[in-house]
Design a protein around this ligand. Structure first.
Ligand code: DGJ
Length: 748
């Protein structure tokens, strides 16, 4: 890992892991040169260095500036320097393009200055190379634990006329093929600057021979994989819902059309943010691809007072020449180890039972204890009390905001229940939905102004609830105290943090007229502040985030809460797609996956307990059904599943995942997880529908050491890693719909 600066040629070469990222300053503009496989530190031998200088016309009107090819275009592409007509901001491959000063493509940022002008032009002024990686004030981000792990380039970009400085930050890591980028705006103008757009990063790629992969969806159908050809014009992947959303994840991949799961180039873009975002591609008339990522500029605004700073969230770019799978494994390693934090980061996660689908709101202490007792007998380690334990909440009509125990349901209180759960050897966890308020609640009656709203407008409810205004410090402080009281009121070692609606009428009574466009981002900053304070105060608690399942499954939340409830859809067949898509960027250790009852409550499908178990064991394993009404046979199966999972869970949660067959391509799905030393592996294989007279199938494994021999399960043969990967494992005959099998590999 190194950041090289070639002063003569104004060239920055960032090397990290196996990748290079190259920027050249041309006439003060940072020009994107390269992002891909690692290159030698120097582009040319010293005798060739003069090619960096203006080399004279290659053809009339064509120039080569160092590594950049340029040519004069027609008058429709204005030139910033009259006697260098081959330079046009409209055709230059830029790193952080501006608006209004002749680049007609999507800008990375937009401002309105005190004189009403909306023009800006940033020029390179100076730079710094810092060891390690600085924290981003108030925002989640990847981090380092020692300065040897990363190096950071900060380009100081200045618009003298506007009195605006933008610090562009680039971090490369010693052990990850990733570049983390963000921007910090600084107002030195002495007057207010209105920010209208502030992307985390942008760059112009030299061609457009790409396909774009995105993760779209809906509630109970999150993160389905979509792959489309990039074509001229713009594609926006975005959320305007106040949270990162079920509908589109803050993540995208540019691949070459020939890129597969195991081969070819993949350029990943992931935004460490939980609110409205936008990832945009724009292919221009000369086949260049502009990529912009950051807070969604739709309905965004920020008043930057003199002397103030605005820090954008971080975008994490990952390059892989080993296909989409290689990209995913880089994200998994980086996010698991250097985005997630706290004591739970490196710990295997407990197997849990959650009472939601077992009882919904209809429970009492006896029922919960009965479930917990059975769970403990079956080898389950954590009991989670879901919604309905507080206020007078018997359905979703009331009580959000009133975080006191419902003594009608739990007359001996939370501590008593927690103690009893602990006594039978299980940990105790609880559900909260702190960001919300019910109209029917003490909190709303006392503070009707504490929700997001616009005076004179309807307050639209969703699931009978409104959203608390987390732009207000007093609301954040109230929640910190109220939640602290709950977390101290019982032996709580796990918290499920839910959030069950999107924004509407998103105004704040606290903010000035001119600041109403700040609400969505300020809300997220308030949420981050609240979570930071809570995880600092309660480091022993394992937090799992949730938003109607996976409506806020994003890297921002993972910084505070190292796992997420992947989806409210617990049907094993639907989960194949959801978990497969989620794994494109998020590690298995972050995915909650539970066995639930059949007929499944979301899609009413019947699947075997074995299939449900195998899907759920491919993540953070848990259960969500009434264990007290199981048959003896089901109890035995579950006992076996918990025993099996404990045997393989450190592999599942900490190993390298290889996706083998995609549920989006047909009837078969498969993935495997390989230990870091490649001596252990576990393989899961699923078939959705039965086939008459089926073909014989082999499954080619991946990620094994070709030199090693592997024992399949206990006594089911020993095969060379190379054979298993090249010839493949012979799939046994499976019977019926929704079937699956799994096996372990152990190097001998
Ligand atoms: C939505 C969550 O996704 C569910 O798991 C459950 O916790 C309910 N909320 C409770 O209201």
């Amino acid at each position: 890992m190194a950041i090289h600066f070639d002063e003569k040629n104004q060239l920055f070469h960032l090397q990290g892991g196996q990748i290079s990222y190259v920027i050249q300053i041309i006439e003060g503009y940072p020009v994107h040169i390269y992002w891909g496989n690692r290159l030698k530190a120097q582009a040319f031998s010293s005798s060739d260095l003069d090619v960096w200088e203006y080399s004279g016309a290659l053809q009339p009107s064509q120039e080569r500036l160092g590594l950049v090819q340029l040519r004069e275009r027609s008058s429709f592409h204005p030139n910033p320097i009259p006697d260098k007509k081959f330079i046009s901001l409209d055709t230059l491959a830029q790193e952080y393009p501006q608006y209004g000063s002749s680049d007609m493509r999507q800008p990375a940022y937009q401002v309105q200055l005190a004189n009403g002008s909306r023009l800006s032009e940033l020029k390179y002024k100076s730079h710094l190379v810092l060891p390690g990686k600085p924290y981003l004030e108030g925002l989640p981000a990847t981090y380092t634990e020692s300065d040897q792990e990363a190096e950071t380039l900060v380009l100081k970009m200045v618009d003298e006329t506007a009195g605006l400085i933008v610090h562009l930050m680039y971090t490369v890591f010693a052990n990850h093929n990733a570049v983390a980028r963000s921007a910090r705006f600084e107002n030195v103008s002495g007057q207010i600057i209105q920010l209208e757009k502030a992307a985390s990063a942008a760059l112009d790629l030299a061609d457009c021979n790409y396909e774009l992969i995105s993760l779209w969806g809906a509630h109970e159908r999150e993160r389905h994989v979509q792959r489309q050809l990039l074509s001229h014009g713009t594609i926006r992947l975005e959320s305007r819902r106040g949270s990162s959303s079920h509908q589109m994840n803050p993540f995208a991949v540019l691949t070459r059309p020939t890129t597969t799961e195991q081969q070819g180039e993949a350029f990943g873009i992931s935004l460490v943010y939980s609110g409205n975002f936008c990832i945009e591609t724009e292919v221009d008339a000369f086949d260049m691809t502009r990529l912009t990522v950051g807070i969604n500029d739709f309905e965004f605004g920020w008043t930057l007072k003199p002397g103030e700073n605005f820090q954008t969230p971080e975008a994490v770019f990952v390059y892989s020449n080993q296909g989409i799978g290689g990209m995913s494994r880089t994200y998994h390693n980086l996010y698991r180890a250097r985005l997630c934090r706290g004591p739970w980061r490196d710990e295997v996660r407990p197997i849990l039972i959650n009472n939601w689908e077992a009882t919904y709101f209809d429970f009492d202490a006896e029922k919960l204890e009965a479930i917990a007792h059975t769970a403990s007998d079956l080898g389950i380690e954590l009991f989670v009390l879901d919604d309905g334990w507080f206020g007078h909440r018997d359905n979703d009509n009331s009580s959000l905001g009133d975080w006191q125990v419902n003594t009608r349901k739990l007359p001996r209180g939370l501590r008593d229940l927690g103690d009893r759960v602990n006594e039978i050897g299980m940990q105790f966890g609880i559900w909260v939905e702190p960001e919300m308020v019910s109209i029917d609640s003490e909190l709303y009656r006392e503070h009707p102004d504490w929700c997001l709203h616009v005076p004179g407008r309807r307050r639209s409810q969703a699931r009978n609830q409104l959203i608390l205004d987390l732009t207000r410090q007093e609301v954040i402080d109230f929640l910190f105290e109220a939640l602290s009281r709950v977390f101290l009121s019982a032996p709580i070692s796990y918290v499920k943090w839910d959030m069950n609606r999107n924004f509407s009428e998103a105004g704040s009574a606290e903010l000035s007229v001119g600041q109403q466009k700040e609400v969505a981002h300020r809300y997220i900053l308030g949420l981050y502040q609240l979570m930071e304070r809570l995880v600092t105060r309660f480091p022993h608690i394992l937090f799992e985030s949730c938003s109607g399942g996976g409506g806020r499954f994003d890297p921002g939340m993972l910084y505070y809460m190292p796992q997420t409830w992947t989806s409210d859809n617990s049907d094993a067949v639907e989960r194949l797609k959801i978990q497969y898509g989620t794994s494109l960027v998020y590690p298995l250790s972050t995915m909650g996956a539970h066995v639930s009852a059949v007929p499944n409550h979301q899609v009413h499908r019947m699947t075997s307990l074995e299939m449900r178990g195998n899907v759920a064991m491919s993540g953070n394993f848990g259960f969500e059904l009434d264990l007290t009404i199981l048959s003896d046979e089901e109890r035995e199966t579950i006992k076996q599943q918990t025993t099996d999972y404990k045997r393989i869970r450190s592999l599942v949660q900490l190993g390298d995942q290889y996706r083998l067959l995609s549920p989006f391509d047909g009837n078969y799905s498969a993935w495997m997880i390989v230990s870091k030393d490649r001596r252990e592996a576990v393989v899961y294989y699923f078939r959705t529908l039965s086939e008459p007279n089926p073909a014989l199938r082999r499954l080619k494994l991946a990620g094994l050491d070709p030199e090693l021999n592997y024992q399949i399960n206990e006594g089911q043969g020993v095969y060379g890693g190379d054979w298993l990967m090249q010839l493949g494992w012979a799939v046994p005959l499976l019977k019926g719909d929704f079937t699956s099998t799994w096996f372990t590999l152990h190097a001998r």
